[in-house]
Design a protein around this ligand. Structure first.
Ligand SMILES: [Mn+2]
Length: 481
C-alpha cells in the first residue's frame, strides 16, 4: 500500500495487485505538470483565529491534539462518507469536501501561547505509487487533495505531512486530546485526567455563535425551507408510491446534497401513526390522504452548520377538525416557548412555558384525572404521557450541539445573546390510546424552529416556513397546484 496511509491490513483490496517494476516506473512518467490550484483563504479561516486564541488561553503549556477522525467502516472495505469531528472543523475552518480523514490539528505550546500545526495526508502526486494503487486515498481513485502549501493558504495554519507527526510526539509533553476519534492518537497520547474537562471546554466554546456562524445557520435554515417545499411538491408522488415516506425522505435529501454538504441527521419522515414513534427513521410507510405527515429534517451546509426543523403537514393539503385542534395546542405551546426566549432567561424557562400550555390543553380535554397545575408539579407529570420529550436543544455544527458542556453552562445555565437553539414542543397520541376519542388516536404533531437569542429576545431563523395551519394550507396549495 502507499507510503502515507494507515489502511488496516485486514482490508486486503482485490485491485491492489503489486505492480511490476516496469509498470511502476511507467506510471510515473509521461504526465504533464499538475496544475496549481488558485487556493485562497477559506470562508471560516479568519474566524478561527479568535477561536484558537480562546483555546490556547485556557490550556497554557499543554499540547492540544484535535483529530478530524478516521474513516468509519460501513462494511468490509466500504467506508461511510467522511465527515470530520466538529471540534476539528471549528478550530481549523475545514469545509465540506475539502475534509480528509486522519488530519490532526495540534496546538503546540510556544512561548506564552500555542502554535497551530495542521497535519494532513497531502495529495498523492504522479511521483507516488499511491495515486493509482490506493483506493482509499489515491487521487486516481478519490480525487485530488490539497498539497501542504495549498492547505496552508486555505487555513492559514502551518501544514505538515501526517507522516511526520510521530516526530512531534517523540518530544514528550503534557498532552490533551479527544479520545476514541483517531487510532494513531489513542496509541501515542497517554490518557490524561483532564480529558473529560477538555471535552466539556471545547463543547461549551461553541455555545455562543459568532456572526459568521449565525449567517451560516441562516443559510442552513433557508436551504432547509426549500427542502420542505420539495417535500410538499413530492406528496402526490408519495401517495402514489408504496413506500411513500421514502419519496418524502428522498425529496429532502436531494436538496441537502445539491445545495449543502449532507443532512445534519437522518430525516424523520413519519406519516400517520408513525409520527408517534419519536425517532421514526425507517421511513418505509405509506402516505395516505387525510392523515398528517411529520417531517423532521435539516440541511448541513459545506460549513457543517445544520438546521433542525419539523413541520407536520396534512397530506392532502387540508387539516381535519381533530388534527387542527391538536395542532393549535402545539402551535400555542411553541408560541409560548418562543416568547420565553431572551438573554438572562433560565435554560428551562422555554421548556416550562411549552409544557404549561400543553398540560392546560390536555387537562381541558379531560384526559387526565388531575388538574394542569397538579400535573405540572414534580409529583404529577401525567401530561408527559403525550408530550414525551423536552422542548429543545442547542444547535450548531452538531444537531445536538455543545452536548458535552457542563450542566452549569447549559441545562442549568442562562440564555445568552448568540445562543442558537430549537423550540420543538410536540403531542403524540398513540394509536392504541383509549383515553382519547378515536378521531385523535394515531396523531403525532411536532413543530420545530431554530432561533437565535438577540439583545431584545430572539429571531426565528426558520421563520420562512409557515407554522399556522391557515398559512400551511395556503403554502401547500401554492406548491401543489
Ligand atoms: Mn431537534
Amino acid at each position: 500500500m502507499s507510503e502515507n496511509t494507515k489502511v488496516p491490513a485486514k482490508y486486503k483490496r482485490v485491485h491492489d495487485v503489486a505492480p511490476s517494476a516496469q509498470y511502476a516506473a511507467f506510471m510515473k512518467t509521461g504526465w504533464t505538470p499538475s496544475p496549481l490550484h488558485g487556493i485562497t483563504a477559506g470562508p471560516a479561516t479568519s474566524w478561527c483565529v479568535a477561536r484558537r486564541s480562546a483555546l490556547s488561553a485556557a490550556y497554557p503549556g499543554i499540547r492540544l491534539v484535535l483529530p478530524a477522525g478516521n474513516f468509519k467502516t460501513r462494511s468490509n472495505d466500504a467506508d461511510y462518507r467522511f465527515r470530520p469531528h466538529t471540534a476539528f472543523a471549528y478550530y481549523t475552518g475545514v469545509q465540506g469536501v475539502e475534509a480528509t480523514a486522519d488530519a490532526i490539528l495540534v496546538m503546540e505550546p510556544n512561548g506564552s501561547g500555542h502554535q497551530p500545526l495542521l497535519y494532513i495526508h497531502p495529495r498523492s502526486t504522479r511521483e507516488t505509487d499511491a495515486f493509482y494503487r490506493d483506493a482509499r486515498y489515491g487521487e486516481l481513485w478519490v480525487g485530488r487533495r490539497f498539497t501542504l502549501d495549498e492547505a496552508q493558504a486555505r487555513y492559514e495554519i502551518e501544514t505538515r505531512e501526517l507522516n511526520s507527526l510521530s516526530e512531534l510526539f517523540a518530544t514528550k509533553k503534557e498532552t490533551l486530546t479527544l479520545r476514541d476519534e483517531d487510532a494513531f492518537v489513542d496509541e501515542n497520547v497517554s490518557v490524561h485526567p483532564r480529558e473529560e474537562e477538555f471535552m466539556a471546554f471545547i463543547s461549551a466554546a461553541r455555545l455562543v455563535k459568532d456572526e459568521y456562524e449565525i449567517a451560516e445557520m441562516q443559510r442552513a435554515c433557508d436551504t432547509t425551507a426549500r427542502g420542505f417545499a420539495d417535500v410538499v411538491r413530492a406528496l402526490p408522488a408519495a401517495v402514489a408510491t408504496r413506500r411513500g415516506e421514502r419519496v418524502v425522505e428522498a425529496a429532502f435529501f436531494g436538496r441537502a446534497r445539491i445545495e449543502g454538504n449532507d443532512l445534519g441527521y437522518e430525516t424523520i419522515s413519519a406519516a400517520g401513526a408513525h409520527a408517534c414513534v419519536l425517532h421514526w427513521i425507517r421511513n418505509d410507510g405509506e402516505v395516505r390522504p387525510g392523515e398528517l405527515i411529520l417531517v423532521d429534517a435539516g440541511v448541513e451546509m459545506e460549513s457543517y452548520y445544520t438546521a433542525d426543523v419539523t413541520r407536520t403537514l396534512p397530506i392532502n393539503g387540508k387539516f381535519t377538525p381533530a388534527q387542527r385542534s391538536l395542532y393549535m395546542l402545539v402551535y400555542e405551546a411553541q408560541n409560548a416557548g418562543i416568547a420565553a426566549l431572551k438573554p438572562g432567561a433560565d435554560w428551562g424557562d422555554f421548556h416550562r412555558a411549552c409544557q404549561s400550555v400543553l398540560a392546560h390543553g390536555l387537562a381541558d380535554m379531560g384526559v387526565m384525572n388531575m388538574s394542569a397545575e397538579e400535573s405540572l408539579s414534580p409529583e404529577g407529570g401525567l401530561h408527559r404521557r403525550w408530550t414525551l420529550h423536552s422542548a429543545g436543544h442547542m444547535l450548531g455544527m452538531d444537531v445536538h450541539d455543545c452536548g458535552q458542556a457542563r450542566k452549569d453552562q447549559y441545562i442549568e445555565g442562562k440564555l445568552e445573546v448568540g445562543h442558537v437553539l430549537t423550540v420543538e414542543p410536540g403531542l403524540y397520541i398513540q394509536p392504541d390510546d383509549e383515553l382519547f376519542a378515536p378521531e385523535y388516536r394515531g396523531i403525532g404533531i411536532r413543530i420545530e424552529d431554530d432561533l437565535v437569542i438577540t439583545e431584545d429576545g430572539c429571531r426565528n431563523l426558520s421563520g420562512a416556513l409557515p407554522r399556522h395551519p391557515d398559512e400551511i394550507e395556503a403554502w401547500m396549495a401554492s406548491l401543489m397546484r
